[in-house]
Design a protein around this ligand. Structure first.
Ligand code: HMG
Ligand code: MG
Length: 297
C-alpha cells in the first residue's frame, strides 16, 4: 500500500528563484520563505552558497539568511564546495545540501569538474560540515536522462548516488533535472538502489514537470515506498546550467494529490496557493501550476 504520511521538501526559493529572469529583492525572498514555513512546509530550502557569477539570482544568499535570522538557521542551503561551506558556517547554518551529477557532461557544465573530480570537491566539504554538526543532504542530477548524453544507465546513477551517501550524506535526492522520467523508470531506479543496499528511508525524489509526468512519477515512487518529495511552490524552477530544465513539480499539485490519497502532509494548501499568486505578481508571470490556476483568484 501507500505510505500514510510524507515529508514535502520545498525548493521554491532555491530551485525556483535560481532560474527566474526577474531580480527578486531580498525582502521579497525573505517573505516568500517565511510564508512557506508558516504554510506548514516542514523544510524550506532557502538559497545557494554557490559562485555569485554562476547564479546571480542567488548572489544575495548571505543577506537573505541574515534577514531570516534565527529562524533561518535550520533551513537547508545548497553548498558545492569548501568556500560555500565557509560562507554557511559564518552564518551559523545547520543544514546544507551538496549536488552531484550522474553524468560527466553535466558535472562539467554545472560544477566545472569531471565526474570523478566532483567527489574530490565534496569529500572535504561534507567531512568538515559533519564535524561542525551539520546535516548534509546530497542531490544527484540527471538520474533519468541528460540533455547532452541522452539515456543515463541506471548503474551509473546508483554509482554516483552511493558515492555521495558514502561521503556522509544523510539523504539522497534523485533528480529528474529535465523532467524526462516516466513511472516505470522510477520503479526501476528505486529497485536498483534497494539492490545496492540503499533503502527508501534514505531516498527522496526530485521531479521536474517538463513533460507533465511529475505526478505520475510521484505516485509510482509512493508505491515503491518513498516518503520524501521535493516540490516548488507554484511550480517555479529549473536549472540555469541544464538545457530544457523547466519548473519543478508544483507543491500545490503534490498537496492536492496527497490529500486525495489520504496521505498526511501537514501543509495548508490555501496558504501555499496564496503565496504563489503573490509571488507570481512579483515575477510578472502566472504560475504554471494547474492547482494554482484552479484555486488562485
Ligand atoms: P570554479 O570556477 O571551478 O571555482 O566553480 P574554483 O573552485 O576554481 O574557484 C574560483 C573562484 O571562485 C575563487 O575565487 C573562489 O573563491 C570562488 P578567487 O580566488 O578566484 O577570487 N568561489 C566561490 N565564491 C563564492 N561561493 C562559492 C565559491 N566557490 C568558489 N561557493 C563552482 C566551481 C562549484 C563554485 C561553480 O561551478 C558553481 O558555483 N556552480 C553552481 C551551479 C549551480 O548552482 N547550479 C544550480 C544548482 S544544481 C540544480 O539546480 C539541480 C538540482 O535542483 C537537482 C536536479 O534538479 O537535478 C539540485
Ligand atoms: Mg532541480
Amino acid at each position: 500500500g501507500l505510505p500514510s504520511a510524507v515529508t514535502i521538501y520545498e525548493v521554491g526559493p532555491r530551485d525556483g528563484l535560481q532560474n527566474e529572469k526577474a531580480i527578486v529583492p531580498v525582502e521579497v525572498k525573505a517573505e516568500f520563505v517565511r510564508r512557506l514555513v508558516s504554510a506548514g512546509l516542514p523544510i524550506v530550502e532557502a538559497t545557494s552558497f554557490v559562485h555569485p557569477t554562476w547564479v546571480p539570482q542567488l548572489a544575495d544568499a548571505a543577506e537573505l539568511m541574515a534577514a531570516l535570522g534565527a529562524e533561518g538557521r535550520r533551513l537547508p542551503v545548497l553548498v558545492p564546495n569548501e568556500r560555500g561551506l565557509d560562507r554557511a558556517l559564518e552564518l551559523g547554518l545547520e543544514h546544507i545540501a551538496i549536488f552531484g551529477s550522474a553524468t560527466e557532461t553535466f558535472a562539467t557544465k554545472n560544477l566545472n569538474r569531471t565526474f570523478d573530480e566532483q567527489f574530490a570537491m565534496f569529500e572535504p566539504t561534507v567531512a568538515r560540515a559533519r564535524e561542525a554538526g551539520m546535516d548534509v543532504r546530497a542531490y544527484v542530477s540527471m538520474c533519468f536522462g541528460d540533455p547532452w548524453e541522452g539515456a543515463v544507465p541506471i548503474e551509473q546513477v546508483v554509482t554516483a548516488g552511493t558515492r555521495l551517501l558514502d561521503l556522509g550524506a544523510s539523504q539522497l535526492s534523485l533528480g529528474d533535472t529535465i523532467g524526462v522520467a516516466t513511472a516505470g523508470h522510477v520503479t526501476a531506479l528505486v529497485d536498483a538502489f534497494a539492490d545496492a543496499g540503499v533503502g527508501t528511508d534514505r531516498l527522496a525524489m526530485h521531479f521536474h514537470d517538463t513533460y507533465g509526468q511529475a505526478l505520475a512519477n510521484t505516485h509510482s515512487a509512493l508505491q515503491s515506498g518513498i516518503t520524501t518529495f521535493d516540490a516548488s511552490a507554484g511550480g517555479l524552477g529549473g536549472c540555469p546550467y541544464a538545457k530544457s530544465a523547466t519548473g519543478n513539480l508544483a507543491t500545490e499539485d503534490l498537496v492536492w494529490m496527497l490529500t486525495g490519497l489520504g496521505i498526511d502532509h501537514g501543509v495548508d494548501l490555501d496558504a501555499v496557493v496564496a503565496t504563489s499568486v503573490w509571488m507570481a505578481g512579483h515575477l510578472g508571470r502566472p504560475s504554471p501550476s494547474a492547482v494554482v490556476r484552479a484555486l488562485g483568484s
